[in-house]
Design a protein around this ligand. Structure first.
Ligand SMILES: *Cc1c(COP(=O)(O)O)cnc(C)c1O
Length: 456
């Protein structure tokens, strides 16, 4: 088990770290050891409580975006916890701040940037907030636009920042519709376009290359939200449309990627990158408490958040050391495996008369509906399949997606802007590739049972 390996590595490394501080006079350890039994009792209760979870670490968990952290990330995080550094300032997290700078530089290099300003955040939402906050400072009074399939938090961030926000229609494959975007740009009111590379619902890749071309006729900033899909930059066997979008990611003004989604990290790890380091001027402030020990940059000087876990940077640095962000390298091959798994399941769905397939997956997420004459019946059946699959330990997800994902002939009477509840699966673990048949068998059984409950 990955957990056991992490524990072993951690227990080997900890004494070496402790050794580095062994010159200090010993502090009274009695306070730490006296309550071991009490702590054990708490952990006994906690273990029971934690068992009430879906098995996110297992390949039969194929629902939401959850991927187990790598053992090296677990071990490094635990090791850093012994120090518990704070990457706000070098005063609180000297070594881990430097690890953060190095790890973030490697992520920027993955996107083709040698110059950048960036740091880790608590997650994609805060990273996007920083991107849109800087965008609002640079083009004040202008709108932020994003596809209707962009992450729901963009609209909310707009309201937090007091910036006008507008949705742009998506095409039948869930990507931002170019002609709708151009209409919005013609109003002259758009300051920033949020381009999603890998939508949360279906992994759709907005046509970044074509949106960049629109900058020949209109002036606007481009923020790429690649919280989910950013690491697919390393994968060379994407479909041609997605490959064209990823090829030009370095022309964006800012990029967000979440190491805690596809980067094998524990939660609490997002990343924001700006291609123009001079935007650091907007963050300028002084801290009367903390910026004392060094004239080097304190990360709190370029971050909206104050305290941030140094352990997060430590785990990320260690993971990238072991699995460098190399195109088509070992880490990238893990992403390819998930994508291949998604394509295989998609092909099975497409050939099965009991389903309506959604768009062909561009990354490793697929959505599909259960065949039925009405939206209501299809939605009801999807929910039934979800429940029946879970009874066999196959955990899928449900999503409300636009009916146009399924083409105009699927439900002829349905409203064009209608939505249907369909099944969704995120096959983001490399192991998923070896579990395609097992997943399919359980899914197939569940749908038979949902359609004809009385015959089984
Ligand atoms: C997950 C996600 C977010 C939000 O990130 P959090 O880390 O959950 O805060 C934003 N955008 C996209 C495309 C995402 O997939």
């Amino acid at each position: 088990m990955k957990q056991d390996q992490a524990l072993q590595l951690f227990s080997e490394a900890l004494p070496r770290l402790q050794q580095a501080f062994s010159h200090l006079p010993s502090s009274d350890p009695s306070a730490e050891t006296a309550s071991t039994d009490a702590m054990r009792a708490v952990l006994d209760e906690l273990t029971e409580r934690l068992a009430d979870n879906y098995p996110y670490f297992h390949p039969l968990y194929a629902g939401q975006m959850l991927k187990p952290p790598h053992p090296i990330a677990r071990a490094a995080y635990a090791l850093a916890m012994w120090i518990n550094p704070n990457n706000h300032a070098l005063d609180g997290g000297r070594a881990s701040s430097r690890l953060e700078v190095e790890a973030v530089r490697e992520i920027a290099a993955m996107f083709g940037w040698t110059e950048h300003l960036g740091h880790l955040t608590s997650g994609g939402t805060f990273a996007n907030l920083e991107a849109l906050w800087v965008a609002g400072r640079l083009v004040p009074g202008k709108k932020i636009v994003a596809s209707e399939n962009a992450h729901y938090t963009h609209q909310r961030i707009g309201s937090v920042l007091g910036l006008a926000f507008e949705n742009i229609a998506a095409d039948t494959r869930g990507r931002m519709d170019l002609s709708s975007l151009e209409t919005a740009l013609q109003s002259g009111e758009v300051g920033t376009v949020v381009v999603t590379l890998g939508t949360t619902s279906a992994g759709a890749v907005d046509p970044l290359d074509k949106i960049l071309d629109l900058r020949q006729r209109h002036r606007f900033r481009i923020h790429v939200d690649a919280a989910y899909g950013g690491y697919f930059k390393l994968v060379s066997d994407l479909g041609p449309d997605a490959a064209r979008a990823y090829a030009r990611i370095d022309e964006a003004d800012s990029i967000v990627v979440d190491p805690h989604k596809h980067g094998l990290q524990p939660y609490g790890c997002g990343c924001i990158l700006f291609n123009d380091p001079s935007v650091g001027r907007f963050y300028k402030h002084d801290s009367p408490y903390t910026y004392f020990t060094s004239n080097e940059l304190h990360l709190g000087e370029i971050s909206l958040e104050c305290s941030r876990a140094g352990a997060t940077a430590t785990a990320l640095w260690a993971t990238q050391k072991l699995l460098p962000l190399t195109p088509d390298g070992e880490f990238a091959q893990g992403l390819s495996c998930g994508r291949m798994a998604a394509l295989r399941v998609y092909n099975k769905i497409r050939q099965d008369k009991r389903f309506f397939p959604g768009p062909e997956p561009e990354l490793d997420i697929l959505v599909w509906a259960v065949k039925a004459c009405t939206l209501e019946e299809s939605s009801r059946l999807a929910t039934a399949v979800f429940d029946l699959a879970a009874k066999q330990d196959l955990h899928l997800a449900l999503a409300q997606v636009p009916v146009n994902f399924f083409g105009p002939e699927t439900w002829p009477g349905a409203p064009a802007d209608g939505r249907v509840t369909c099944l969704r699966s995120v096959l983001m673990k490399p192991e998923h590739l070896n579990w395609v048949d097992a997943i399919w068998e359980k899914l197939s059984h569940a749908v038979s049972k949902a359609i004809e409950p009385e015959t089984l």
